[in-house]
Design a protein around this ligand. Structure first.
Ligand SMILES: [Zn+2]
Ligand SMILES: [Zn+2]
Length: 364
């Protein structure tokens, strides 16, 4: 083999080696009530507005971090790189699409309508280039003409969220359908009551401008959990308009009670439906969590003769939970139903869901 040929072979080998090292974190979440739970980030930027990365990089990051779908939503009016990058809001979508198709990442067309402190994302737009010249309300009306799904971004950005007059006007005209209760690492708790009062959907996004993971390895990406009938762009659209979504940031999930309770029910199952123990001794209950979401348990109700040591049910693991059977426990077989508060599953800030965990305990 001549030197050139040998160099070529070595280089090819190295490149294949690098390609093989691409790994994706599996953010498994089982189906909930027949819905696929899609992990989405619906707000991010590229060099086509004020971001620092090329659009296809956003797809690579999403693939690596286990997401199912993203929307690249560059600002419609703010283009600080305009001397170097031609302003064309179709380009981020078109550049990212081939890699998204190759990697199975669903790509939602989008744009961020940015006016002063009030920003809205318009998704599923038919033409992202037409908003920049318009004032806020005309731009939102244009989004509606395009059958877009629109949400109010980072409602408490630069202060505390208030139901400001332009927001009230846009809402009165039905120009937005959801609210970004989590943006970056912030949960805008003060805005959460509007989810119920105004019947708004929930989204949680990174709003990432720099390369992921948000410039700091310990910063987790906020994710919109979309409960979709099918894993497709159309499926996401249908679910968002139907308000079947929740916000996930780190350990915490906020969303409608049926959906967040469904996450627990679909994910956590005892490995055996029965435990056997001797009175006065400790038994073990093993809980399999098949999802990437951890669950923090607090025991609310248990039989008087039993003490369950609540703890975190770790994601994608089997967790052993100690169950102390007290000395005076009645002998025989009992149907036990523990009542648990799951302290990281919220129906509103500081409002947690309760679930039941049934199993059979035989005391000897
Ligand atoms: Zn920006
Ligand atoms: Zn913004």
């Amino acid at each position: 083999m001549n030197l050139l040929k040998r160099t070529f072979v070595i280089l090819t080998f190295l490149l294949i080696g690098v390609a093989a090292a691409q790994v994706r974190i599996p953010l498994d979440i089982p189906d909930v009530s027949g819905y696929k739970v899609l992990k989405c980030d619906l707000h991010m930027h590229t060099v086509f507005s004020d971001g620092e990365v090329w659009p296809s990089v956003r797809v690579r990051e999403a693939w690596t971090e286990g997401l199912d779908a993203i929307a690249i939503t560059d600002h419609d009016k703010y283009h600080p790189h305009r001397d170097d990058v031609k302003v064309d809001l179709w380009r981020p979508y078109k550049i990212a699409l081939p890699l998204a198709e190759d990697t199975g990442i669903l790509l939602v067309p989008g744009v961020e309508i940015t006016r002063g402190n009030l920003h809205f994302n318009a998704l599923f737009v038919k033409d992202p280039t037409v908003f920049g010249e318009l004032e806020l309300l005309p731009a939102l009306r244009k989004a509606r003409e395009q059958d877009a799904f629109v949400f109010w971004n980072h409602p408490g950005w630069r202060g505390t969220a208030e139901w400001w007059p332009p927001i009230a006007e846009a809402y009165g005209e039905g120009l937005f359908q959801a609210i970004e209760v989590v943006n970056g690492t912030t949960c805008y708790a003060e805005s959460y009551p509007w989810v119920g009062e105004k019947k708004l959907g929930i989204v949680a996004d990174s709003d990432i401008h720099v390369p992921a993971p948000l410039g700091q390895p310990d910063r987790e990406r906020p994710i919109t959990l979309v409960f979709a009938r099918q894993a497709s762009v159309e499926g996401i659209r249908e679910a968002l308009f139907a308000k079947r979504s929740a916000a996930w940031l780190g350990e915490d999930v906020w969303g409608p009670e049926a959906l967040v309770t469904g996450l627990w029910r679909a994910s956590v199952k005892p490995t055996a439906s029965e435990i056997t123990a001797t009175a006065g001794r400790r038994a073990g209950l093993q809980l399999r969590n098949s999802s990437a979401i951890p669950f923090e348990m607090k025991v609310l109700k248990q039989p008087e003769w039993m003490r369950v040591r609540a703890r975190e049910v770790a994601p994608q693991r089997i967790t052993g939970v100690f169950v102390d059977i007290l000395k005076d426990a009645p002998k025989g077989t009992h149907e036990v139903e523990l009542e648990l508060e799951i302290t990281n599953l919220h129906t509103a800030p500081h409002k947690n869901v309760t679930v039941t965990l049934p199993f059979t305990a035989t005391v000897k």
